[in-house]
Design a protein around this ligand. Structure first.
Ligand SMILES: NC(=O)c1ccc[n+]([C@@H]2O[C@H](COP(=O)([O-])OP(=O)(O)OC[C@H]3O[C@@H](n4cnc5c(N)ncnc54)[C@H](O)[C@@H]3O)[C@@H](O)[C@H]2O)c1
Ligand SMILES: [Zn+2]
Length: 1633
């Protein structure tokens, strides 16, 4: 037998070395099994995932090996493959395996091999334990989880319907073969899943192993993700094994060894073995809810973090350890909290409530009563007890709860002492200094963050320092190497994640590295974001100094290859550009002592940024024994530094200064509770600005402050005795203003008189200035403080650059406050202080976890170190607890306020809006003039801006009081500058009054304003003003309108020259104006443009999947065709992309970009828009975790007046409630998508989903995937069950689900062949759906007719049949010619398949008696041209209507734009008194013309017409066209045949009517419609086309327009206008030739 050389690492368990580890072990396994477990039969069981990959190799190795055995008694080799997955761990599969073995005559001597993951291992192990009372077996685990966990220890089991692993046995395998090369084919998620157990084992047992897992993330993962080694078998022997493989095997081995050790001591699980349950008590409870969507290891990962937090809250575990654990888990790609999208995207995640989780734990046999067994860590690598510890439920509940209740003090400690977490800047510097120094330095209070973590790992890789933890991980012991560093082994790259400070500091450190063992460089790299962050100036400086640094990818960024040379860092004179980052400077300073020559560092490039940080570095270097000299030039400190050569001398201990901003909270706690607090590590020596808080804020409030160089102690006055501050400038400590505001809330004693700003300032007022920057932090903090303080009944005002708080007594604080933190740690901690105020009522802090950013153990410290009682709270989802109230729906006549920059187009847009609503426009500037008698400019020049602002406020108040209904009010751009005005507007908006912000590109504004020099100068750069005001405009408005219309050059007219293809020329300006009209009607609620989703006719929307709507695209050219038939458009926001390509990786598009896209789409169509931002887990492209950005986009949808916004039901209830509260006129489609095939229409889950969606949506949408055709029927049954609820959209995606798309009656999403992609698998076009409906019998074919004579040449059949065909409708339109309205017509219109008819001469009057009803329009016009059958309650009635006037009205609307300056006084003209004249008159009256001139060759006919219309039509008959009694007409309709008209350009002596040029002399132009359509260009059209400002509309257009209206009446569908007009006009052209 040929033995394959294999390196094996053996681990002993239960006294035998049966666990064999290595790579590529198949030959070894076969040899070992054959030679040590002799048998007549070997059986290998595996699953169908593994068989195709590995079975062949086993088979051939086995066959080869038995060839060497004597023929006599050669064993049998049998294999059997089963289905993968947990469901195979069943009694059924177990029985089938047993039967299979029996049928293959397996006997007691059989040896079974279990090749697979934990499922195979457990199942096959259990079969082996039972078969013939137990046969020998071997585990060959192929998943990481199985290798480190399930295969080791001999536990075997199967599942039953009542629970997992409930039937099983202990049965030790003869061998466990750990072949780590199997992991190369394991899906990544499964590998990561196994890492959870590896991390777990290290965390409870072995700190050194844990450290390997922390630093080796990238390497460990690369060992299984790299190129497959299956061909080369690399790793089988030690010589061929890569470093990564060795590391991987060593961590697996160590994990197994620990488990084996524990099992050996405690085989049958009595105490110690429970340790491996770390993370599992809570993890299992979570798993019970989310399985199988979330894997075991993923649940355990979160369980470990939560259980570690439980340990921390009991004081067993330090903050540092919790941080390390969480960071390590996260680094391996596992979730660390239930907020991870892995959970939140699941419907079931709603059940992850504290009570439910505790209930599940209660069922666990290990737990009893109100105590749960949890493994408590005491540090990394060690547990508190050698078993699980009983923990009270309320402790667990507090940890699990998302919110916390802080109870009123006083605290149980009257003098509490603490050190707040270390400052990040100081931590990073200290690490470098101590590593480069000589000797041992104990660093106290190091901040635990990703930054410090990567810094430490990198220093270790370069052998630059040795780190060990002491004091429970609170102290880091650094053994420095005096600046001796080596290149990382095996050229390993140093991975720095996104740690900016580390990357900058380490760049120079790497230049100190000396070559060793042929290794001559160091490479530092980072994540994708890091690879974009600048490092150029530092690299330039070092390169110029003689070091060799090479960019590996992008110039100016990481990764960097830094040469290790014996020369090291040259030194001498170094020049560095320091205007980008002070970290470059610190990097060189820190390493400068180790240069070969003394360094003279000269900073160039103008302004040096962040000098305090440079000072900090220098001060710290001094503490490590190196004095930097800042050179003085002309008696002033210069930007040059001299750094002497030397080596740092490590102080034996170095206490990292606490973060001074964090320190303000405990200090304030002493102030508010009348107790004493001492903060170590922060004193008068501190370089941090916020260190002044105690002296500058607390002392004047009445506290006693004692500050030494390194310590601060504050004692508060008796409770209720805090003094207001008057005025304080907090510019040097802006972050501390929140703490100060919280205290000011109960600072009710009068401020010291000298601190008051003026006589008007109330004595209980604290005004904090200098903090304007706090508006743009994690949230708008000034606003946050104001809204949240209001919940306590505390009054505040907003100042230009700050906030005013009016203090009240503690007992006046309101009860029941629940503080929303805006995910901002400072808000949470500041309000904890106010909540703890004795004599008040405490408060709920809603988002507990946001403190993690700077003080993860804040809540534990608050309760344990300070002594304030806190408890866990799970917020109820009732609207009462919600953070915002719904904006009330205002009445439809509330005045609209218009905000925006000067030049944004407020007046222009306001005017168009006013025309649409018929409301007057009020310009605040004009109002200013009437009120003050001066223009704004005069007023400002005479009295200055402040006086102007005061007057402005008075006028604003007046407007709000007196003009709050029925006005459009355009406000000055500066109105938002004063807090009073903002307050007024905010109140108006919150009360439901519409305030619209007009947005226009700032460059366009500038260009426009430069052309208009008459406005008052603001004395300030407009861009600066814009930057300042924009957030206010945004915040105060409840609508935003992107103005793409103002200032566009007028379309200069070119002569149409006989080519009238396509619809009349409509400028985009016109489309934009239609949108303004729609927008204004929408804002008021007068016309919300919503679709009737409750009617009997199915409704559809088109899924617009174009990535860019502002660039030309063939689909956009065919836009009209695209939207034919549909009722709305869905804008898939997540598919938008500025580069015009559909995104392929998850991204969130920029808000401003989306706003412009939307505005541009609106110019093409006024169809309702469904605004959808779809996340990855719901089938879209927005990353699931981009919660805030997604909500910002959805708010854009609401503010831009989208008729519908899609809200995925996957967010937290509170977040959804907050959003829905802001919806105003928009309807919410609450949607749930499960494309996985798991969501069943009969399941409980779908009902749960439905209920949630009903709670938040006006429309409910549920999308599942059809696995079979039957799922579509299940969907229909589901619809039937909920038919009385809100409109319900349902669908099954996938090919099997197509039927559901045909049968979905509400807002069926459709695609169109002209679009680049469909938005979901299986999507159909509108036409396909109609065809489908017809085929399944839901859309019967109808017959349509034209009645009249002669009609042979009519274009109507072409119009309608083209429309039907394009839309996929089964109908047919035909001619029915007859001289009179006879019996044949009567029969046709009463036939059951009658769909409708057009009526033409000579039947337009005669038809009337045959019909059931005549519309009022048709009556007045005196002609029916359309018959519409209307079926109601099973009975069909025939309606006679007239669409001629509708066609005419459409053409007038299209033909006129704001450029034509139509006013109330504008007039119109009708030529001719024939048949169509009545329709023309009627149209013009309906179009709002108060004067209609009528000219006819024979005056009496005209008079007859006048007499037949009501007097209010004001029809003025003319005797001549040379003179008009009033304004010249803006709209002209000629109803005279073409040969009857003549002009100076088309003279015709036979024509009865000569139209002089002067008729069209109106300066701003107008529209002329000539009803005649032979010839193509009539004399009148010719005249209009020659006249500047006029649009000529030929008669064929009217024919088309009235036809479109008919089609829409008959089918309820928007016809494909361009397709129809192309076909008809081509035919018409042919006729005319
Ligand atoms: N006995 C114990 O002590 C113990 C401990 C922990 C877990 N378990 C049990 O383990 C089971 C989970 O085990 P698991 O996580 O290994 O899941 P698994 O066995 O279902 O394997 C996961 C998936 O990966 C596939 N797969 C496995 N190895 C592969 C490879 N090398 N290449 C490609 N695909 C591969 C499998 O076919 C399967 O689809 C559970 O039933 C659990 O109860 C038992
Ligand atoms: Zn486990």
């Amino acid at each position: 037998m040929v033995r394959t050389e294999t390196t094996i690492d053996k681990v002993s368990i239960l006294g035998s070395e049966s666990i064999h580890c290595g790579f590529h072990l198949i030959p070894y396994i076969v040899q070992t099994v054959l030679s040590t477990l002799s048998s007549s039969t070997y059986v290998l069981f595996t699953d169908t995932h593994l068989a195709p990959i590995y079975l062949e190799a086993f088979e051939s190795a086995f066959q080869a090996a038995i060839q060497d055995l004597p023929e006599e008694g050669r064993p049998r080799w049998l294999t059997q493959t089963i289905a993968p997955g947990e469901q195979s761990k069943s009694r059924e599969t177990k029985a089938s395996l047993e039967d299979w073995m029996l049928s293959h005559r397996c006997t007691r001597d059989t040896v079974v091999l279990a090749l697979g993951g934990g499922v195979i291992g457990d199942l096959v192990g259990f079969v082996s334990a039972n078969f013939m009372r137990g046969v020998r077996y071997c585990q060959i685990p192929t998943t990481l989880l199985a290798m480190v966990d399930s295969a080791v220890g001999g536990k075997t089991a199967i599942d039953t319907p009542l629970g997992k692993n409930l039937i099983g046995a202990f049965h030790q395998p003869s061998y466990v073969f750990i072949d780590a090369s199997f992991l190369e084919t394991l899906p990544r998620r499964e590998f990561v899943n196994g890492m959870a157990e590896v991390v777990k084992t290290a965390a409870i047992w072995d700190e050194a192993e844990f450290a390997k897992l922390e630093s080796g993330v990238a390497e460990i993962h690369s060992a299984v993700l790299g190129d497959s080694t299956r061909k080369t078998c690399a790793g089988r022997t030690l010589e061929t094994r890569s470093a990564a493989q060795s590391l991987l095997l060593s961590v697996i081995r160590a994990s197994i060894a620990t488990k084996a050790h524990i099992v050996t001591i405690d085989e049958k699980e009595t105490g110690l073995r429970n340790l491996v349950n770390f993370g599992h008590t809570i993890g299992h409870a979570i798993e019970a809810i989310v399985t199988p969507d979330v894997l075991h290891g993923e649940c355990v990962a979160v369980g470990m973090v939560l259980e570690a937090e439980v340990a921390r809250s009991l004081g067993a575990l330090g903050n540092a350890a919790v941080g390390r654990l969480a960071r390590c888990i996260k680094a391996h790609g596992l979730p660390i909290s239930l907020d991870d999208p892995l959970f939140t995207k699941l419907a079931k995640s709603e059940r992850l409530k504290v009570e439910t989780l505790l209930d599940i734990m209660r069922v666990d046999k290990k737990n009893s009563g109100n105590v749960k067994k949890i493994v408590l860590l005491s540090r990394i690598g060690k547990t508190l007890e050698e078993r699980a510890t009983g923990v009270q439920d309320d402790v667990i509940a507090r940890t699990l709860s998302p919110a916390v209740k802080v109870n009123p003090g006083p605290p149980s400690n009257t003098h509490f002492k603490l050190a707040t977490p270390g400052s990040k800047s100081i931590s990073n510097r200290a690490l470098v200094l101590a590593a480069l120094g000589n000797g041992v330095c104990k660093l106290g209070n190091l901040l635990h963050s990703d930054d410090t973590q990567v810094m430490m790992s990198a220093l270790v890789e370069m052998k630059g320092a040795d780190f060990t933890w002491e004091d429970n991980g609170e102290t880091l012991v650094v053994k420095g190497t005096g600046g001796k560093l080596s290149p990382p082994l095996a050229n390993k790259e140093l991975y720095l994640g996104n740690a900016g400070t580390a990357s900058r500091f380490l760049t120079t450190v790497c230049a100190l590295v000396q070559p060793e063992n042929g290794l001559t460089h160091t490479i530092i790299t980072g994540n994708a974001r890091m690879k974009q962050r600048p490092i150029g100036p530092l690299v330039d400086a070092l390169t110029a100094n003689g070091s060799s640094l090479e960019y590996q990818e992008t110039v100016g960024c990481l990764p960097l290859k830094i040469a290790a040379t014996t020369d090291g860092f040259k030194g001498g004179k170094i020049q560095l550009a320091a205007s980008v980052s002070s970290q470059y400077v610190s990097s060189i300073l820190l390493c400068a002592p180790y240069a070969r020559e003394e360094v003279l560092l000269e900073l160039t490039g103008g302004i040096v940024i962040s000098q305090p940080y440079i000072d900090l570095t220098i001060a710290m270097m001094a503490e490590f024994g190196v004095q930097v000299e800042r050179l003085v030039v002309d008696g002033k400190p210069s930007d040059s530094y001299r750094i002497p050569q030397g080596t740092y001398t490590n102080p034996s201990t170095y206490n990292i200064e606490s973060d001074a901003s964090s320190a303000t909270y405990p200090l304030a706690m002493a102030a508010i509770t009348g107790t004493t607090c001492t903060i170590h590590n922060i004193g008068s020596n501190s370089l941090q600005g916020d260190a002044r808080f105690a002296k500058d804020v607390l002392e004047p409030m009445g506290c006693t402050v004692v500050q030494t160089a390194t310590e601060t102690t504050v004692t508060g006055p008796p409770v209720g005795q805090l003094r207001a501050l008057g005025f304080i400038d907090m510019e040097p400590m802006t972050d501390a203003f929140l703490t100060a505001s919280a205290l000011a809330a109960v600072a009710s004693l009068p401020a010291l008189p000298e601190r008051l700003q003026d006589a008007q300032q109330p004595t209980n007022s604290t005004r904090i200035g200098g903090i304007a920057n706090q508006r743009v932090k994690e949230c708008n903090r000034i606003d946050a403080m104001r809204t949240q303080l209001a919940k306590f009944g505390v009054e505040t005002n907003e100042l230009e650059d700050g906030i005013e708080v009016l203090g009240i007594r503690p007992d006046q604080l309101r009860t029941g406050a629940s503080v929303h933190c805006f995910d901002d740690h400072r808000v949470a901690m500041a309000f904890s202080v106010l909540a703890a105020c004795p004599g008040a009522h405490g408060a709920i802090i809603e988002e507990k976890r946001c403190v993690e950013k700077t003080w993860p153990s804040w809540w534990d410290d608050l309760s344990r170190k300070i002594g304030i009682t806190i408890s866990g709270v799970e917020l109820s989802d009732s609207p009462v607890a919600s953070t915002s109230q719904p904006i009330p729906r205002h009445s439809t006549d509330a005045s609209i306020f218009i905000l925006g920059m000067r030049g944004a187009g407020k007046t222009h847009i306001g005017k168009i809006g006013a025309a649409a609503l018929g409301w007057p426009v009020l310009d605040a500037d004009d109002m200013f003039l009437t009120e003050t008698g001066e223009t704004a400019k005069e007023y400002v020049n005479a009295r200055g801006w402040p006086a102007f602002r005061v007057e402005e406020t008075t006028i604003l108040k007046k407007i709000i009081a007196e003009k709050s209904k029925g006005y459009i009010i355009s406000l000055g751009g500066g109105v938002v500058e004063t807090p009073e005005n903002r307050e007024l507007l905010k109140a108006y908006g919150h009360g439901g009054g519409p305030i619209v912000h007009i947005i226009r590109d700032i460059d366009e504004i500038l260009a426009y304003l430069n052309s208009e020099p008459t406005r008052p100068s603001l004395g300030e750069d407009l861009r600066d003003i814009y930057v300042r005001r924009r957030p206010w405009f945004h915040e105060l408005s409840n609508f935003e309108f992107v103005n793409l219309i103002s200032g566009k050059p007028k379309v200069v007219k070119t002569l149409a020259n006989g080519d009238i293809h396509g619809p009349p020329p409509i400028s985009t300006t016109k489309g934009a104006e239609d949108e303004v009209a729609r927008f204004f009607r929408f804002m008021t609620g007068v016309d919300t443009n919503h679709v009737n989703l409750e009617g009997s006719q199915p409704t559809y929307f088109l899924c617009l999947t174009l990535p860019l709507l502002t660039a030309p695209h063939p689909s956009l050219d065919a836009f009209d065709e695209l939207i034919a038939g549909v009722d709305a458009l869905e804008l898939r926001v997540d598919l938008l992309s500025p580069d015009g390509r559909l995104p392929t990786t998850p991204t969130v598009p920029d808000v401003a970009f989306v706003a412009t896209q939307l505005a541009s789409l609106r110019q093409r169509s006024t169809l309702p828009i469904v605004f959808t931002v779809r996340t990855v887990s719901q089938g879209g492209m927005c990353p699931d975790e981009a919660k805030d950005a997604i909500f910002e986009l959805m708010e854009l949808g609401v503010k831009s007046g989208c008729e519908y916004v899609d809200l995925e039901a996957r967010w937290s209830t509170r977040r959804m409630r907050d959003f829905v509260n802001k919806k105003q006129t928009t309807k919410i489609i609450c949607s749930w998508h499960d494309h996985s095939g798991a969501l069943q229409w009969e399941s409980e889950e779908v009902v749960e989903r439905y209920k949630t969606a009903c709670e938040f949506g006006d429309v409910v949408k549920i999308v599942a995937k059809a696995n079979s055709l039957l799922d579509n029927l299940a969907m229909l049954r589901f619809r039937e069950t909920f038919k009385d609820g809100p409109p319900l959209m349902t669908m099954n995606v996938g090919p099997e689900g197509r039927l559901s798309r045909i049968l979905s009656p509400v807002f069926g999403p459709v695609t169109h062949p002209a679009l680049p992609a469909s938005s979901a698998p299986g999507q159909l076009s509108f036409a396909q759906v109609q065809t489908g409906l017809h085929l399944v019998g839901r859309l019967p074919a109808k017959k349509f007719y034209l009645f009249g004579q002669p009609i042979a040449h009519s274009k109507s059949p072409l119009i309608h049949n083209t429309g039907f065909q394009t839309l996929g409708l089964p109908h047919v339109y035909g001619l029915h010619e007859s001289a009179t309205v006879d019996e044949s017509i009567r029969e046709l219109i009463r036939a059951p398949d009658f769909g409708g008819a057009s009526v033409t001469i000579p039947h337009k009057l005669e038809i009337m008696p045959l019909l059931d009803e005549i519309s009022s329009h048709a009556k007045l016009i005196g002609a029916v041209n359309t018959i519409i059958p209307i079926t109601k309650d099973g009975e069909t009635k025939l309606l006679g209507d007239n669409t001629d006037w509708l066609g005419l009205r459409e053409l007038i609307a299209k033909g006129l734009s704001s450029e034509n300056d139509r006013t109330d006084a504008s007039t119109s003209l009708v030529l001719g008194a024939g048949g169509t004249c009545r329709a023309a008159v009627y149209t013009l009256h309906q179009a709002g013309f108060k004067t209609i001139y009528l000219f006819n060759r024979t005056r009496p006919n005209a008079d007859k017409i006048v007499a037949s219309f009501p007097a209010e039509y004001n029809i003025i008959p003319l005797t001549s066209l040379d003179e008009f009694p009033g304004e010249l007409p803006i709209a002209v309709i000629s109803t005279i045949p073409a040969q009857g008209t003549a002009t100076e350009f088309c003279p015709n002596p036979d024509a009865g009517v000569f139209v002089p040029k002067s008729v069209l002399a109106r300066a701003a132009g107008g529209v002329l419609i000539d009803v005649a359509y032979k010839p193509k260009i009539t004399p009148l059209i010719d005249l209009a086309e020659r006249t500047e400002g006029w649009t000529g509309v030929p008669g064929i257009q009217m024919l088309l327009e009235q036809g479109y209206k008919q089609a829409e009446f008959w089918t309820g569908r928007r016809p494909p206008k361009t397709v129809i007009s192309d076909v008809v006009l081509t035919a018409y052209d042919r006729d005319m030739k």
